[in-house]
Design a protein. Structure first.
Length: 261
């Protein structure tokens, strides 16, 4: 749209030149006849008028210029045509510049979209890597928790011994202390009440293998067991019994904790 006015002007110039050229072609015979009359000295009107209008000094002006009116018109027409060609050339340059600018804008948009796609791909890859790492850590933690449970299950049948914390005999907190040391390498407190201060609280609906189950509350916690999954736990119940597995329904704990070791 920026170059529509220029095109309009060039078209108007071309039209004017065409009209002028046509008019000159129509009068060319009359002009030629007038030139012949000047050269031959013939008069078309009374001598006084003809000689006054076409005096030698006036005629000499035409000769000094060296061009007849037809030649001048032809040259003017050519100049008009050259000007129009110039306008069209300039217009073509302008259109080319617009095309280049439009292509650059399209390329810029493509680059922006490509950057967005690449950023999205990178974010997706990072998210997949994060999830994979979380899954790896969770799998490792599950393996450690299972090893903790297996260590406790290995002691099933070991007699209850008050204050016992070795394979020859265990009380409830002694069994937990021993298994934690074997698997985690961590020294747990000796009593059930002290052990209840370790880890974080979890609900019974969110129990995982290796969680600790407690009976009682506050400083009155009196028993601890290890959850082995499927609604069961392993513990050293009381004197006269051995380490064994029981269900949550048979002897329901008060709360649960999860060790972060």
């Amino acid at each position: 749209m920026r170059y529509s006015n220029r095109r309009h002007v060039s078209l108007r110039c071309l039209g004017a030149a065409a009209v002028l050229s046509g008019a000159l072609l129509m009068i060319q015979p009359a002009v030629a006849h007038a030139d012949d009359a000047l050269v031959s000295g013939d008069s078309l009107v009374p001598d006084g008028q003809t000689r006054t209008i076409l005096a030698p000094e006036n005629h000499s002006v035409v000769e000094e210029e060296g061009r007849s009116p037809v030649q001048t018109a032809a040259e003017t027409t050519k100049n008009f045509a050259d000007a129009i060609s110039h306008f069209e050339a300039v217009e073509g340059v302008g259109v080319s510049i617009e095309n280049i600018a439009a292509e650059q804008e399209r390329q810029k948009i493509k680059e922006i979209e490509l950057a967005r796609v690449e950023a999205g791909v990178k974010a997706a890859e990072e998210e997949r890597a994060r999830i994979a790492e979380e899954e790896r850590l969770a799998a490792e933690a599950a393996q450690v928790r299972q090893a903790f449970v297996d260590a406790a299950l290995d002691q099933v049948g070991t007699p209850y011994v008050s204050g016992g914390a070795a394979p020859g005999g265990f009380d409830c907190s002694g069994l937990v202390k021993y298994c934690v040391a074997q698997v985690y390498g961590y020294e747990m407190p000796r009593t059930a009440a002290a052990q209840s201060g370790e880890g974080e609280s979890v609900s019974f609906g969110d129990l995982q293998t290796g969680d600790l189950l407690f009976w009682g509350s506050g400083s009155g916690v009196y028993h601890v067991a290890i959850y082995v999954g499927n609604g069961q736990y392993v513990h050293a119940p009381r004197p006269g019994q051995s380490v064994k597995v029981q269900t949550l329904e048979s002897y329901t704990p008060t709360f649960a904790k999860r060790l972060n070791l």
